[in-house]
Design a protein around this ligand. Structure first.
Ligand code: 5AD
Ligand code: SF4
Length: 445
């Protein structure tokens, strides 16, 4: 067997793609390893969403070159180096210029071609290959390889790309326009994932709730209807989805939360800002009151649902007043958890050339304020779980002896101790006794 090392940056969709690359390379004799020192093939699956993520790619590539050189010196063997993902898509030629030791650059829509690309790499001729097409045949049709062992919780990409063009975001350029996978290919893959050990599936998409395709009744289905279909698979116990867009939050999906027990009471719904002025500049096409209305409706249907979100702090033109409006929105919603990021200029996006960029100091102060409130809200949410009895999917062993880590329906990390052999993959009832910032703990009830 040859050794494969994959380093994944960025979102869950990249983690899904990395798993599929692993499956795809297995028939070529590549077996996954947990470090690159002796790897025959190193893939770095990259993220382009913020500048920091891109810098990470280039510094990682420096480390990988040293690893490959050392291996060559010690064993005489060449390591093939592949850059995949969104940096590959956006900066293919730049990667080859800045890091000429890279052999293959492959975009997120064309990694199904990796086996052929690898076969073409000529270690002596130094044949460099860039494949960043958006092929007409979607990659999923070509990804027929078997799915190898997964943990109890798996990702399944059902939708890719974005047509929304928020003015700060690179996704429409790196992942292309919105594409929904057909129902049959999703259901087939869900069954394969279950055969490979999955009890929980998280449906993924840049705009997952924009998913839409023709169903078995020849009607157009939305995400709610698809979840209904997947819930019929007996061995599938928990269903989640992310990331959603407020404009695509339809009643059918909200009803699915109310009616389908397997659909977890957790909604990740980015709002980005609490100021209508900023939302307009962001080209979000919704207002603050639209977001509030959706959350109100969701909570009417599922009172205990956990709400999560994303915020961009210091978007060009953001004033103190806009920032205060974001704080007010956060206080009004009470998030169970949420992500907040400093605005990062992305070359090629409309906001990159907006003139009134916010200075770094103000961004830092505002980010700190937002994060402090979000942290408090998360801690309060976790504290409310104390004394409750919740169903938990056991994901893996914790760091301490006899400790297990699982996930609650509300997407909280749950720790508990048990000396029984291997509970991984089982569903246990946990009586919660302690709450922390990022997790809760208890014992099997
Ligand atoms: N700067 C900062 N954060 C960004 N995001 C997307 N683009 C940028 C950017 N240019 C954030 C958004 C999105 C999340 C995945 O990343 O909040 O929802
Ligand atoms: Fe980016 Fe906006 Fe599309 Fe989300 S909806 S992927 S933030 S452009």
């Amino acid at each position: 067997m040859k050794k494969l090392y994959i380093k994944t940056h960025g979102c869950q969709m990249n983690f899904y793609d990395s798993d599929r690359m692993t499956d795809l390379l297995k028939p070529l004799g590549y077996e996954l390893h947990d470090n690159g020192d002796e790897a025959d093939l190193i893939v770095i699956n990259t993220c382009h969403i913020r500048e920091k993520a891109v810098e990470k790619t280039y510094s990682e590539l420096g480390r990988i070159r040293d690893q490959a050189l050392l291996r060559k010196e010690n064993t005489g063997k060449k390591t093939i180096i592949v850059v995949a993902g969104c940096v590959a898509q956006a900066e293919g030629k730049e990667i080859m210029r800045r890091s000429p030791w890279v052999d293959i650059v492959v975009g997120p829509q064309s990694f199904q071609n990796l086996p052929e690309l690898i076969a073409k790499v000529d270690p002596i001729e130094k044949n460099k290959l860039i494949n960043i097409d958006f092929p007409i045949i979607p990659k999923f049709d070509d990804l027929k390889s078997d799915i190898s062992e997964r943990g109890p919780s798996s990702f399944l990409t059902i939708q890719e790309g974005c047509d929304k063009f928020c003015s700060f975001c690179v996704v429409p350029y790196t992942r292309g326009s919105e594409y929904s996978r057909p129902v049959k290919s999703i259901v087939d893959e869900a069954k394969k994932l279950i055969d490979a050990g999955a009890k929980e599936i998280t449906l993924l998409g840049q705009n997952v709730n924009a998913w839409s395709a023709s169903g078995s009744d020849h009607k157009v289905w939305g995400l709610g209807r698809l979840i209904n279909e997947l819930a019929k698979i007996k061995e599938l116990k928990f269903i989640r989805y992310m990331t959603s867009h407020p404009l695509d939050m339809d009643t059918e999906l909200i009803e699915a939360h109310r009616d389908i027990e397997k659909l977890m009471p957790f909604l990740h719904l980015p709002v980005q800002s609490g100021s209508d002025n900023i939302l307009k500049l962001m080209n979000r096409k919704h207002k603050v009151k639209d977001y509030l209305k959706i959350i109100e409706k969701v909570r009417k249907y599922i009172p205990k649902i956990a709400i999560s979100g994303d915020f961009i702090i210091g978007f060009p033109g953001e004033t103190d007043k806009d920032h205060q409006e974001t704080i007010e929105l956060i206080k009004e919603i009470e998030f169970s958890q949420a992500y907040s990021f400093k605005y990062s200029i992305r070359p090629g996006t409309p906001a990159a050339v907006f003139l009134d960029q916010v200075d770094e100091k103000a961004k830092n102060i505002r980010l700190q304020e937002v994060q402090n409130i979000l942290k408090e809200q998360q801690f309060e949410f976790n504290q409310k779980s104390i004394n409750s009895n919740i169903k938990v999917l056991v994901l893996k062993n914790g760091k301490k002896d006899n400790q297990y880590l699982g996930r609650s329906p509300y997407n909280q990390s749950v720790f508990f101790n048990n000396d029984k052999e291997n509970l991984i993959g089982s569903i246990v009832n946990i009586q919660v006794s302690e709450a922390y910032q990022n997790s809760i703990s208890g014992h099997i009830a």
